[in-house]
Design a binder for this molecule. Sequence first.
Ligand code: ZN
Length: 301
Amino acid sequence: MFDIQVNGAFGVDFNDDALTLDAFQFACSKLRATGIGLFFPTIITAPVESMGARIGKIVSFIEQDSTLDSLVAGLHIEGPFISRQSGYRGTHPEHAILDAQLDVAKRLLDFGRGRIRMLTLAPETDHQFKTTEYLTIQNVVVFGGHSDATFDCLSQAIEHGLKGFTHLGNGCALEVQRHENIISRVLALRKKLFVSLIADGIHLPYWLLRSFVEIIGAEKVIITSDSMSAAGMPPGEYLISGQPIVVDADRRTRHRDHNYLAGSASTLQEMRYRSDHWLPPNFAHVDLLFMRNATNLFNLT
Ligand SMILES: [Zn+2]
């Protein structure tokens, strides 16, 4: 399986400033044991220097261990160019959110030394889509996400290189306009976008997950865990990027101080095991959702 969004797992937070090589190797070996063949560690919104230090550290880990190099297919950067609006920003820290800026994007890529393969941004923050266009030329796959982009904005972003939309149905306000909302717009553009979905039954109810798979089509859906450090661990309190996240007995994750979901506490393997709860009957394309759509998109076949 190929997981394009992993913030942490097995008690290890990839956004921890104190992340060690030992801890990263431990999480990677556990992920491999759950059937992960490729994945993207994911660095989320923080002050740019902090994001850069975290990116640089993980890249240095990969560079010094060929086992990691074969497993970590690149990095996914989620932020800092996301919506500031409450709900859309989720648990990303508001103070560190930026409008898309070419010079910041270039700095992040420099920290990544060629290993950043994916970046999620809100297209409405990207003036004239210059950052989307630049990243695309640099071989970084750009997804929309944590965004309330209009239909026209999304359509234009696609013309400038936007390839997909991150965890549809999450990173979204709890209440939206009944016709005009980010979910309906992405669904209307589904033929031109890959769509990642979190299949833990909590971020999306199973019946909605099934509907999304049926509507979007097997060739365009990528299932991701979007897991945080609690994946593969018992309920309790965990940290993601220094923020306290409570994991309930039913695997629901929430910020200790408010109720936003904060990454999943499930591994991709658990999502696959439970896939008969949410895949359409006699669905014959499980490998597309868990592996091949992503390997094709990132030219890893
Ligand atoms: Zn997110």
